[in-house]
Design a protein around this ligand. Structure first.
Ligand code: NAD
Ligand code: MLT
Length: 311
């Protein structure tokens, strides 16, 4: 009997597809030891970002043929270890593009108008119309770092809001930038000029702690920073200090160097001008259905002996 383990919450549409060809066991919240203990029974594994598929898990996965990541980033999968064992790794590169872009835009707007803090104050009985005077996005400069699928959608919507959009992305062409009506700038200039910076690049050894105290210090004191891409790209202590000391006007963060965010993270100590969400970029009903169907179809095809697209 072909068996697939689903170890993170996945939309039912994906489970229905997998059930056409396999027995599907949904077992979320497994400890690393439990996962190592049971993975040997499975031909396929479907995950989101919660499950860490380490070399040890792959070593124990004697029957495993495919790992499907219902999302973009495969950074929670040891892909070299999987490749060594001949296990295919697939993902859904486009299923949550709009969701992540809209979350970045929602954070940018919320940050500008102090929505979470004004809400908390009003719910606590206040009626404070002075503290929460905000700023408009119209005619401001947005700096997009990483002009890929999500960054491009953010740029398009920002243009429609009347923003001037600049971008830093060493891998995209001048033609592509021109098509999106975006000016390409070197990274230091983009941080120095922008009123808003939104990160949409991957976490790699090159981008780790890219946004550090020195780069934050070059931003305008009125500038705001949004990270809906990956944790670890921003030095979190440096960001907490920059917001606390008004080096920048604010920040909104969805992703963290270590998730879930530690109880004693310096970010949790910043009470004003900082918005934190728990990795919600892809959490729309539409995106979860898209990525579940996309990845489940790829797993199904491989289990049927058909070729798959590699992540
Ligand atoms: P993408 O591959 O389409 O775009 C990434 C872009 O970053 C590419 O254009 C690439 O050239 C550029 N890039 C690479 N290295 C760079 C560098 N050093 N400096 C500047 N640009 C660089 O990916 P995408 O689908 O747009 O996703 C972007 C990021 O968002 C990824 O890290 C992804 O994991 C993350 N993401 C987060 C959520 C969430 O829930 N918060 C949801 C989906 C995706
Ligand atoms: C992704 O890489 O797709 C996102 O981070 C969303 C998720 O974790 O589901």
């Amino acid at each position: 009997m072909t068996k697939v383990l689903v170890s993170d919450p996945i939309d039912q549409a994906g489970i229905d597809i997998l059930s056409q060809v396999a027995q599907v066991d949904v077992r979320t919240g497994l400890s690393p030891e439990q996962l190592v203990g049971c993975i040997g029974d499975y031909d396929g594994l479907m995950i989101r970002s919660g499950t860490q598929v380490t070399a040890e898990v792959i070593e124990a996965a004697a029957r495993l043929r495919i790992i499907g990541r219902a999302g973009v980033g495969v950074d929670n999968v040891d892909v070299p270890a999987a490749t060594r064992r001949g296990v295919i790794v697939v993902n859904s590169p486009e299923g949550n593009t709009i969701a992540a872009a809209e979350h970045a835009l929602a954070l940018m707007l919320s940050l500008s108008r102090h929505v979470p803090h004004a809400h908390a104050s009003t719910m606590a009985g206040g009626w404070d119309r002075k503290t929460y005077v905000g700023n408009e996005l119209y005619k401001k400069t947005l700096g997009v770092v990483g002009l890929g699928k999500i960054g491009s959608h953010v740029a398009r919507v920002a243009r429609a809001l009347g923003m001037d959009v600049a971008a830093y992305d060493p891998f995209i062409s001048a033609e592509r930038a021109q098509l999106l009506q975006v000016r390409l700038l070197p990274l230091p200039q983009l941080f120095a000029e922008a009123d808003y910076v939104s990160l949409h690049l991957p976490r790699t050894p090159d981008t780790e702690n890219l946004v550090n105290a020195a780069l934050l210090a070059t931003m305008k004191p009125t500038a705001r920073l949004v990270n809906c891409a990956r944790g670890g790209i921003i030095d979190e202590q440096a960001l907490a200090d920059a917001v606390e000391n008004r080096v920048i006007a604010g920040a909104a963060i969805d992703v963290y160097a270590k998730e879930p965010l530690a109880a004693d993270s310096p970010l949790r100590l910043v009470k004003e001008r900082l918005i934190l969400t728990p990795h919600l970029g892809a959490s729309t009903e539409e995106a979860q259905e898209n990525v579940a169907i996309d990845v489940a179809e790829q797993i199904r095809d491989v289990l049927l002996g058909l070729p798959a697209r590699s992540a």
